[in-house]
Design a binder for this molecule. Structure first.
Ligand code: SF4
Length: 315
């Protein structure tokens, strides 16, 4: 299956079947903390990428092959999902065929041009890392044509018209966006947007830029959000549940699909391989030797990522 991965345990959505509707690293941003690596195709032009029928076929195969309940079918690709001009069409096709709810994880930067596509989804998660222009440019490194003022205005507009669940996610990075000015302005903005939940998180997997560190002020932010009446959740932990590769006949293929979207801790990979009766050390060494994956160290833990993902290798 080319266009789906998982199901994976999602920190926001429960059991989530991921849809990858964008080729690797087509994005409107090149966030310093991106777990997919550096953006190689920085663009704001919406266009068709893959055939909607092919994406739907993979979604149906994965749902039918997975024996447990899937909470959300989630567009969480290797880039920005709203760049796909067929996004709304694919969501409609999924909803015509299965009962699962549909979620979109977007950075919100071109939300205005995707209003009608996003309206088809049950849940939309929008990124709000910075509401100060200088910080926005350092953290999200947007396409030069994007204006933060317009992005924030369009997210507020979307909020007014959208009938589904809107949540936000703010990634906090030490010394970059966790200071008092960004905090007070983010609180002001989120009070106006009033998401059902505002998630605060820190990078838990290797970031695109190895110098990026998780903020230690996340609970300060949490307290300010709560005091301002924002419904807030903190996501500063690593998933502990095992990832599912049940939708894939070949579990190695399933793992590589997940790694295309985010690095996996090596101990999780070993656990999954053993569950599928595959010798983990041999399988991992084979993948490393043939140049498919490599090891990366972050925060004292060893991860496996695709070899061409743009992370600094573990020394
Ligand atoms: S984190 Fe998301 S928005 Fe940022 S560069 Fe990566 S894919 Fe794009």
């Amino acid at each position: 299956m080319k266009y789906v991965f998982g199901p994976v345990p999602s920190r926001r959505l429960g059991v989530s079947l991921g849809i990858n509707n964008i080729p690797k690293k087509y994005c409107t941003y090149s966030c310093v903390y991106c777990q997919v690596g550096k953006t190689t195709n920085l663009t704001v032009n919406r266009r068709p990428f893959f055939k909607p029928e092919d994406v739907l076929r993979d979604v149906l195969l994965a749902i039918r092959g997975f024996k447990k309940e899937i909470d959300y079918v989630t567009f969480v690709p290797d880039g920005e999902p709203t760049l796909d001009i067929n996004l709304g069409k694919i969501i409609k096709m999924i909803k015509e065929n299965v009962k699962n709810k549909v979620a979109i994880i977007t950075n919100g930067s071109i939300i205005k041009s995707a209003f009608s596509d996003l309206a088809e989804a049950d849940l939309v998660s929008v990124k709000v890392d910075a509401v100060v222009d200088e910080i926005y440019r350092k953290v999200n490194r947007p396409h030069p044509s994007l204006s933060l003022t317009a992005v924030l205005r369009d997210i507020e507009e979307f909020r007014k018209s959208y009938g589904g669940i809107l949540i936000t996610e703010t990634m906090l990075l030490e010394g970059l966006n966790d200071g008092p000015e960004n905090l007070s302005k983010t609180v002001e903005f989120l009070r106006r947007v009033s998401p059902r939940d505002a998630y605060l998180s820190v990078p838990v997997r290797p970031p695109a830029e190895p110098s990026v560190r998780p903020s230690r002020r996340i609970f300060e932010w949490y307290e300010s959000f709560i005091e301002s009446g924002i419904n807030t959740k903190v996501l500063d932990y690593q998933e502990e549940d095992s990832f599912a590769t049940a939708g894939f006949e070949d579990p190695i293929e399933g793992l590589l699909k997940i790694m295309a979207v985010h690095p996996l801790r090596e101990d999780y990979v070993c656990k999954i391989l053993m569950e599928r009766h595959i010798h983990p050390d041999k399988a991992i060494n084979d993948l490393i030797e043939r140049g498919a994956v490599r090891r990366v160290e972050y925060n004292g833990k060893v991860y496996l990522t695709l070899a061409d993902s743009g992370y600094a290798p573990k020394s």
